[in-house]
Design a protein. Structure first.
Length: 83
């Protein structure tokens, strides 16, 4: 019997969301295009766009003219979590 966990779509989405937000938070002034992000994390641009839409919907990222950056709330929440 295998002990490997089957990865669900929700798991994959959560991993992409974490990768996208992590990339945006590595530098507080980071501004990325969807294509750059997809290339950097090695994911399909459609999945990255879906992730950005989810993160924007909950107020963690802003979108402007094809670029994405983390909100101050996301940066502060990360700072508090690491403290």
């Amino acid at each position: 019997m295998q002990d490997q966990r089957i990865q669900t779509v929700a798991d994959e989405e959560a991993q992409t969301d974490q990768a996208v937000l992590g990339l945006l938070l590595t530098d507080s002034a980071a501004i990325w295009s969807v294509e750059e992000m997809a290339s950097e994390i090695g994911n399909n641009p459609i999945h990255v766009t879906d992730s950005i839409n989810r993160l924007a919907g909950i107020g963690l990222v802003h979108r402007l003219d094809g670029f994405v950056f983390a909100t101050r709330a996301a940066a502060k929440a990360t700072e508090l979590a690491l403290a």
